[in-house]
Write a protein that binds this ligand. Structure first.
Ligand code: PGA
Length: 251
């Protein structure tokens, strides 16, 4: 299974998004390929209409951890379901750093998403300072243990983890395939060791951080990678298509 997730962040009007999909929604995908678009909240409903007969799936970029209530400015899983959303990005570093989301809140959101059958794309990753101090694995294991704390074994087997080194997001400096592979293997064995003692896990791990048409091939060649989470390069149809079709087949 290969996942190609477009994180549009705070970009695109409704007309721009519909135009993007007009061109994109009929691309041929094998059973193994998943293309998921994560637009701003205001576009979820119109895009869900436009994608009705398409294989492309929708993700939200965030979600609150309650069903409903007095939470001005927040979005609930019920409202996401109402827009045919199947995935939600949780714990993106921009949510952690700019909006001060902590591990406790992230863990509640992950639990709540599963309650509504929405698959979370759970982001983890170290800052440049943490990497330079040799704290990459400590940081990631802390984020994983705190985030996964409330989940059952079954839920953990369904989650999608996105390794997104903070220093690579939006900077044009991607992790090298070796750096990404080292962390992906670490995440895989951390989860196997701590949550699946008696059976083999196949947790899905995506890489995110300055993915482009020129580095996608090398990144997708590392061991234990199940796809990519793409920000900047997902905003143009042409570059995102090159990423999805990185193998070059015309299927
Ligand atoms: P980028 O963003 O591809 O622009 O680095 C990735 C992300 O933030 O998910």
């Amino acid at each position: 299974m290969k996942y190609f997730v477009a994180n549009w962040k705070m970009h695109k009007t409704c007309a721009e998004a519909l135009d993007f999909l007009e061109y994109f929604k009929n691309i041929s995908l094998s059973k193994e390929e998943y293309v998921i678009i994560a637009p701003p909240f205001t576009l979820l409903w119109p895009l869900s209409k436009s994608l009705q007969d398409s294989k492309i799936k929708l993700s939200a970029q965030n979600m609150y951890c309650e069903d409903k209530g007095a939470f001005t400015g927040e979005i609930s899983p019920i409202q996401l379901k109402d827009c045919n959303v199947d995935y939600v990005i949780i714990g993106h570093s921009e949510r952690r750093n700019i909006f001060h989301e902590d591990n406790e809140l992230i863990s509640k959101k992950l639990k709540k998403a599963f309650e509504y059958n929405i698959t979370p794309i759970f982001c983890v990753g170290e800052t440049l300072e943490q990497r330079q101090k040799g704290l990459t694995f400590d940081t990631i294991s802390n984020q994983l243990s705190a985030g996964l704390a409330k989940l059952s074994e079954d839920e953990i087997s369904k989650i999608i983890i996105a390794y997104e080194p903070v220093w690579a997001i939006g900077t044009g400096v991607n992790a090298t395939p070796e750096q990404a592979e080292e962390v992906h293997l670490f995440i895989n064995s951390f989860i196997q060791k701590n949550y699946f003692k008696n059976k083999n896990s196949d947790v899905k791990i995506l890489y995110g951080g300055s993915v482009t048409p020129s580095n996608i091939k090398d990144l997708m060649n590392i061991s234990k990678i199940d796809g990519v989470l793409v920000g900047g390069a997902s905003l143009q149809q042409e570059s995102f298509l090159k990423i999805v079709k990185y193998k070059g087949e015309d299927k």
